[in-house]
Design a protein around this ligand. Structure first.
Ligand SMILES: C[S@@+](CC[C@H](N)C(=O)[O-])C[C@H]1O[C@@H](n2cnc3c(N)ncnc32)[C@H](O)[C@@H]1O
Length: 282
């Protein structure tokens, strides 16, 4: 490859990464170009291109449409599992949810948002936890929203059918037997008493949000790590306005919100939840 071909190639990749960031928030350095062949080559071939590069070139000369969104979705990291990191769910069960429920005893209404829900394992883990540990609230008014930008994972979440490997990543045999029905092809369908607790919708965190209530609990785990700092700050600011005064925010294990005036941290062992901060000018 000549140096001008190499420069063109890098220019195309950089322009596609900018488009991805503008539309989804995901910010990738040019050093992440190696992701393109594993994530885009097969989609490019399905669309009749010889590989990802001519596909990207064609995307860059047309307005953002279905093909672009397929490419954006293919670039998104959707890794998830039931009861991911386990410990946050123990703290939710033993401390945070009891604190929330105490505050909501009179209204008997609970608002929860799982804001980057991927294929559903995270919100369903929380719904399983509510059913197993707080069965008395199942007749409360529970508004449990789970959203994601990616249509493909939302479709999977709504179907709530998981492979044998997926259910075994995080659930005990007993939980699988209690909450799932095994299907003839060896996969598992989540039972409807858990499934119906959650309303899945498409929501892009960096674009307009649906009208939603103020939340008692928001989970936004392992999504903002892919955003640049400014984009992350904008989302977190909006998220603080979407939390109720007593609401809790939970981030992913590697994410932290120290020095953000919109939040104060509440420590549980070695895990931080966040609550709305007191604005400096008050
Ligand atoms: C790595 S997964 C994390 C899933 C789950 N929260 C967990 O921790 O297991 C990241 C999810 O964030 C979603 N995501 C990325 N950018 C987003 C955006 N702008 N708006 C909403 N969701 C987004 C992706 O589609 C993906 O499903």
């Amino acid at each position: 490859m000549t140096s001008s071909q190499s420069a063109n190639r890098l220019g195309t990749i950089a322009a596609f990464f900018r488009l991805l960031e503008e539309n989804v928030g995901i910010s990738l350095e040019i050093s992440k170009e190696y992701l393109l062949s594993s994530r885009l080559d097969s989609l490019a071939r399905d669309k009749g291109f010889s590989g990802y590069l001519p596909f990207l070139e064609s995307l860059l000369v047309s307005p953002v449409d279905h093909d672009h969104w397929q490419a954006f979705e293919a670039m998104t990291t959707i890794e998830t599992m039931f009861f991911r990191d386990r410990f946050p769910f123990e703290i939710l069960r033993d401390s945070v949810i009891p604190e929330i429920l105490e505050k909501k005893l009179s209204s008997k209404e609970l608002n929860i948002w799982c804001a980057a829900a991927s294929s559903g394992q995270e919100p369903y883990s929380l719904a399983i936890l509510l059913k197993e540990s707080f069965p008395h609230i199942l007749d409360w008014k529970i508004n449990f929203f789970a959203t994601d930008v990616c249509d493909q994972v939302l479709g999977r979440a709504e179907n709530a059918i998981y492979s044998d490997m997926e259910v075994r990543r995080g659930l005990s045999d007993e939980q699988i037997a209690r909450h799932f029905t095994s299907l003839p092809d060896g996969s598992y369908q989540l039972n409807s008493d858990i499934k119906r607790l959650i309303k899945f919708s498409k929501l892009n965190l960096i674009k307009e949000w649906l009208p939603m209530p103020k939340f008692d609990l928001v989970l936004i785990r392992n999504a903002l790590i892919y955003f640049n700092k400014d984009m992350k700050d904008v989302v977190l600011k909006r998220m603080s306005l979407q939390l109720s005064d007593d609401g809790f925010l939970l981030l992913g294990a590697s994410e932290s919100l120290l020095f953000n005036p919109d939040y104060i941290a509440k420590q549980y062992a070695n895990l931080r939840f966040y609550k709305k901060g007191i604005p400096w000018n008050n």
